[in-house]
Design a protein. Sequence first.
Length: 89
Amino acid sequence: RIWGNILLSFEVSIKTQEVDGIECYVLIRDEMVEVFINKETYEPIQEIWLSAAENDDSKYIKKYTYYYGAVTPEEVELPDLSEYTIIER
């Protein structure tokens, strides 16, 4: 895997840019894919793909949204298994 990452480093460039008020690192690969990563939390903010088809200047944008503290303790509670019977074979 390390050699793959070394080779990939020659294909990717990095810059900084502000997106929706968030300072981001922008990873660019082959001028076709851009990944925006929050500089403080290192979470992906958005991705942009350019169409590879001829005569098509389409741009596809995928934005990420994060919700913190939205999961309640009841939602991650282990289920009650007392009503089940274990059958050994």
